[in-house]
Write a protein that binds this ligand. Structure first.
Ligand code: SAM
Length: 473
């Protein structure tokens, strides 16, 4: 009898190793079972998602016709639920002090080569001004785990500082947080500080590998890490972001585990993950990615993204600058909804002229400016969005999901995207980007279905041109 129970609060029961190995066996047995593959695809077309078993069968399948249908469906589902908007964000590294021993991360305790750095509040101010001057409105703050150097009080003070800075027309309107697993009490404090999403990558769902990859420090505790999202939700945070670091373990194992985690959150809290990030392991200071033998090809990565999109249609999908422009371009068509731009993954990196390398957490592949990324998105038919309206309007957790499900995105998120893009064009864009953007806005305004919303959005955009800011539906 398997111990699998999605409603359990115990990591090893909602991420059951036995259930995953059974799932992978079932997927192997059925990878060429065309009637079953077709049946699963038909279910995916209903846009209600797939469970980990169904999705794993599609992942095992290599039939080209089926794969092409998966890709087309992923693109269509993204269009239906999210339209052609791509939300922009940037990471902000606060501190690389860390007491953990993660073998894939250059911030691990034993790395004596990298200078350790923790931003003061004044330095945070300078970084945030640099980010605002590019046009960013949404950040993900990142820090190593170190109860002495980076206690929760430091994180809370930093969030307060970030929200308080209003430089020229700039503002950071949403701070997402990517810090180590913590207590319900600390999650409650983060919620009170007004964070957007709490992001925590599982790294790997394979317990034995997890323990080997995190040999020392508090992160070694698999159950404490895996159950973190339940504590976050208990602390009142209802937007949580999952992720696996691809390359550490067998991707098929990770994919089944990831979907089981999403199913668990839905079963227990009534709301699935707000986002799923898709990071792949990268070269960094003393880290050689070839030392990890589970790296995945660009083709497998694309297949994984497409399957995430059709398995959890309401969940946002994030691709960072770990990926090159070419890979990002391909993935955008397979359901990605959020990307970072002009990222610096070093502590204090945004205020340095030269791209620093000595404290980088990983090498950045896409090194373009935000203006270049925004222009490239528009040239590829996407609307770059700097919108942060949902959580500021209280549309988090299941309220956000019901907005998605009600099909009101075109009357709500679409105009919000256009208005925040207009702000970017007015305040930060190059003349070339402005020209492309203004034309796009004119065209896209016509796609707002409700007359009243379309008229209001058109009027707000006129007001943005004459200097007003921060309109939202
Ligand atoms: N320290 C926090 C924790 O323990 O969860 C999170 C912050 S860490 C800055 C963000 C993520 O970067 C990690 O969860 C990990 O998945 C990823 N990361 C670490 N080393 C990496 C590497 N060499 N290449 C790509 N991503 C990496």
């Amino acid at each position: 009898m398997s111990n699998y129970n999605p409603k359990s609060m115990k990591a090893e029961e909602f991420i059951s190793h036995e259930e995953i190995t059974d799932t992978l066996r079932y997927a192997d047995e059925n990878r060429d079972n065309l009637p079953l593959l077709r049946e699963i695809l038909e279910k995916a077309k209903e846009r209600k998602g797939l469970d980990h078993r169904e999705a794993s069968v599609l992942l095992a399948c290599e039939n080209e016709e089926i794969l092409n249908e998966i890709y087309a469906l992923a693109e269509q589902i993204k269009k239906d639920f999210y339209g052609n908007r791509i939300v922009m964000f940037a990471p902000l590294y606060l501190s690389n002090y860390c007491v953990n021993g993660c073998v894939y991360c250059p911030y691990h305790l034993k790395n004596k080569r990298i200078p350790r750095k923790k931003l003061t509040q004044d330095e945070i101010r300078a970084e945030v001004i640099a980010l605002q001057d590019m046009g960013h409105k949404r950040l993900a703050i990142e820090a190593g785990e170190d109860p002495v150097n980076n206690p929760i009080e430091y994180i809370l003070e930093s969030i307060k500082t970030i929200y308080s800075i209003k430089h020229k027309n700039g503002a950071i309107r949403r701070v997402n947080v990517n810090i180590a697993a913590t207590t319900v009490e600390n999650y409650r404090k983060l919620k009170e500080a007004g964070i957007g999403t709490y992001i925590l990558f599982q790294e790997t769902y394979h317990k034995e590998s997890y323990e080997q990859l995190h040999p020392t420090g508090p992160k070694h505790d698999y159950a404490y890490h895996t159950e973190a999202m339940d504590r976050a939700m208990e602390g009142g945070i209802d937007d949580v972001g999952l992720g696996v670091l691809y390359g550490l373990e067998l991707y098929r194992y990770e994919f089944a585990g990831l979907l089981m985690h999403a199913e668990h959150l839905e079963a227990v809290h009534g709301v699935g993950p707000h986002t799923i990030s898709m990071p792949r392991i990268k070269r960094a200071d003393d880290i050689d990615p070839t030392a990890f033998d589970n790296s995945i090809s660009d083709d497998v990565f694309a297949k994984l993204c497409a399957l995430v999109r059709i398995s959890v249609p309401y969940t946002g999908m994030i691709i960072s600058t770990r990926e090159s422009a070419a890979v990002r371009e391909r993935l955008l068509r397979l359901g990605v909804s959020q990307i970072s731009g002009a990222s610096r993954t070093s502590v204090g990196g945004y205020t340095e002229e030269e791209r620093p390398t000595d404290t980088e957490q990983f090498d950045v592949s896409d090194q373009r400016t935000l203006d270049e990324v925004v222009r490239w998105l528009m040239e590829n038919g996407f609307i770059p969005s700097f919108c942060t309206a949902c959580y500021r309007e209280g549309r988090t957790g299941d309220r956000f999901m019901s907005l998605c499900k009600s099909g009101q995105i075109l009357n709500c998120c679409h105009p919000n995207a256009l208005m925040t893009l207009k702000e970017f064009l007015e305040d930060y864009a190059s003349p070339e980007t402005q020209a492309i953007g203004n034309e796009l806005i004119e065209k896209e305004l016509l796609n707002i279905p409700k007359d009243i919303v379309r008229e209001k959005a058109t009027a707000y955009i006129r007001e943005i041109k004459s200097g007003k800011r921060d309109f939202r539906f």
